[in-house]
Ligand binder design. Structure first.
Ligand code: AMP
Ligand code: MG
Length: 354
């Protein structure tokens, strides 16, 4: 039955893919097409546990967005950690037996493992058992005992996961969660679908994971608000084009314990406890959504100093970090494109230079 459903979905995909034709700009590489058509279309959906809005401009926009939505739903079905039909759920319940997964799943896992390596385990896609013990996966929040954390941490370690092509082996008891990278990964896929359909201007917002395609239809840059971790509004606005802007912060999901302390959903894999690095939010600006998503979570765990080192050594992203004492650190590549909101006029802003 599942197989028939799968074939049906592929059929639906093919129909919607072929029904969308490329526009003239896509068909004639090297030719300059002057388009005055700025027709705006958008879709809103709830997927991957978050509200998503994708807005695209041009004649092909409506059709392209339909293809994108179908793909988002497919990816959600593959990567949900709570749906017993999902690939990731099956991987997490495979009792250590190697399992073949879809190519896109193997690529997403491979990316997550490589980022875990790059960030020395600050990002660890095997943190799921610990996350569950805090109740972040169910909403039944609790503070686990140190003993419980110590024993659960034995089940954490991205280096114990084996990935050989599309075959994955997750040792018995261990579980994976793509929550820290899935939205960014999906945004990249949505972006390539839109571009493939000839869209040159679009804004992809997957629950605050922002990806901008080209410039706005009027040729100006997009304005992306950077959230205030301590309030409802924005601390400032970034003016960008053709890039991803991804934030991670304690404010996104947290609970207040009986002890009056705030516990948030980003866990430091070295302690099993909510990251306590001195940061309250980390925003990454870079070319690819997946990199931004993985890094923003990891930098939040690492803290200011290690984030700076990562920035200096890698050179493939810019960042804005907000600290617990309400100060802002911004890398020099963003200085000209960032403006503090009037409401945050007195906020100290430090520019990190090479
Ligand atoms: P993000 O919103 O992208 O920062 O991702 C946060 C989500 O990633 C959490 O809700 C968890 O599902 C998962 N997560 C939490 N801590 C980590 C971590 N250190 N490494 C990998 N995933 C994590
Ligand atoms: Mg992330």
């Amino acid at each position: 039955m599942k197989r028939i459903f799968g074939l049906f979905m592929i059929g639906v995909m093919l129909v919607s893919m072929t029904a969308c034709a490329k526009n003239s700009a896509g068909d004639l590489p090297g030719h300059t097409t002057i388009s005055i058509d700025k027709k705006e279309e958008s879709i809103e959906l709830f997927a991957m546990d978050t509200y998503m809005t994708v807005t695209a401009y041009g004649n092909q926009a409506k059709c392209a967005l339909q293809v994108a939505e179908t793909r988002i739903r497919q990816l959600e079905r593959l990567w949900s950690v709570i749906d017993p039909e999902s690939e990731l759920y099956m991987v997490n319940h495979s009792n250590g037996v190697p399992m073949d997964v879809d190519k896109v799943t193997s690529k997403a896992i491979s990316f997550a493992l490589s980022m875990a390596d790059r960030t020395a385990g600050a990002l660890d896609p095997t943190i799921y058992p610990v996350l569950t013990s805090w109740g972040f996966t169910t909403g039944s929040y609790q503070i686990p005992s140190q003993d419980e954390l110590d024993s659960l941490l034995q089940l954490v370690g991205y280096d114990k996961v084996l990935l050989d092509g599309q075959k994955i082996t997750v040792p018995e008891g261990m579980q994976m969660d793509l929550g820290a990278v899935a939205k960014g990964y999906t945004a990249d896929i949505v972006m390539s679908i839109l571009k493939d359909q000839g869209i040159t201007s679009a804004l992809i917002d997957l629950g605050g994971n922002i990806q901008t395609v080209g410039y706005k239809p009027d040729g100006s840059k997009w304005r992306v608000g950077i959230k205030d971790a301590y309030g409802d509004g924005n601390i400032g606005v970034l003016t960008v084009a053709d890039c991803a802007v991804v934030s991670s912060g304690g404010y996104e999901r947290y609970f207040i314990g009986d002890d009056g302390q705030t516990y948030w959903h980003i866990i430091d894999p070295s302690t099993g406890k909510p990251a306590d690095s001195g940061l309250v939010s980390a925003t990454v600006v870079c070319k690819e959504g997946r990199l931004g998503d993985a890094l923003s979570t990891a930098l939040f765990v690492m803290g200011l100093q290690d984030a700076e080192t990562q920035w200096r050594e890698c050179g493939d992203f810019e960042m804005i970090l907000m600290t617990q004492n309400n100060e802002l650190y911004i890398t020099e590549g963003l200085e000209a494109d960032f403006a503090l909101n009037q409401s945050h006029d007195g906020m100290p802003v430090h520019v990190i230079e090479k």
